[in-house]
Design a protein around this ligand. Structure first.
Ligand code: BG6
Ligand code: MG
Length: 215
């Protein structure tokens, strides 16, 4: 049998941390007198920490030095870490454990391609670190989503061609990254926002039957 790999995004796919990123960014934006709404949140899904900060700061006219920007990013991250402090395995989204079990039983490689530097901590809190054969190090990959680099990094680690890899994403930038990597893209969420995906499910429920088995 030909080896296949499933490469997951984390925030918004495996657990609903996308909401905590939203709350922490909104709090920072409002503290600076800048607007931040659900539309901004969709744009920032999958986007790295400093790029997200710069998107928010561009809504105002104040120029910030590098040190000030780093301090603001750190402030958001401290807030975010407080918000995710109470995460437990009960926060794994429905359908994910079933998908991980099915992948393992069918000898797929299982990878993580999250832009978050907090990913190892979140996986540990969810108690699913051991389910992953490879976790990409976001800090070591300069070009973030929508660049394909992080998905290609996982494929390279598995020694697999893109044609044997399937990516799962909740962000438009993430789906774009999967397609730029020439992989099959399963979107989780709104079909209009994730129009570039090969298939879109409203939630991870149904991944096994509708996405994994047919691939
Ligand atoms: C992505 C999230 O997974 O990680 C983004 O979708 C977030 O919202 C990015 O900004 C970076 O995360 P972190 O935890 O390194 O600040
Ligand atoms: Mg995501």
């Amino acid at each position: 049998m030909v080896q296949k790999a499933c490469i997951f995004d984390l925030d918004g796919v495996i657990t609903d941390t996308a909401h905590y990123h939203f709350l922490a960014w909104q709090r920072l934006a409002h503290s600076l007198g800048l607007p931040f709404d659900e539309d901004d949140n969709h744009r920032l899904k999958g986007v790295g920490r400093m790029e997200s900060l710069d998107y928010i700061l561009a809504k105002g006219t104040t120029a910030y030095s590098m040190d000030e920007r780093l301090a603001l990013a750190q402030q958001k991250n401290e807030d975010y870490k407080t918000l995710i402090g109470g995460i437990t395995p009960a926060d794994i989204l429905p359908g994910i454990v079933e998908a991980l079990d099915w992948l393992k039983a069918n000898n797929w490689r299982i990878g993580l391609a999250s832009a978050s530097r907090n990913a190892p901590q979140v996986l540990a809190s969810l108690e699913i670190t051991g389910a992953f054969d490879y976790v990409a190090d976001a800090g070591a990959i300069p070009k973030g989503k929508p660049a394909p680099d992080i998905f290609l990094d996982v494929a390279r680690a598995f020694g697999l061609p893109s044609s044997q890899c399937l990516g799962v994403e909740d962000a438009a930038s993430g789906v774009a990254a999967i397609k730029a990597a020439d992989m099959f893209a399963a979107g989780i969420g709104d079909a209009d926002i994730l129009a570039q995906a090969d298939i879109v499910l409203p939630s991870p429920e149904g991944l096994v039957e509708k996405v994994l088995k047919p691939f």
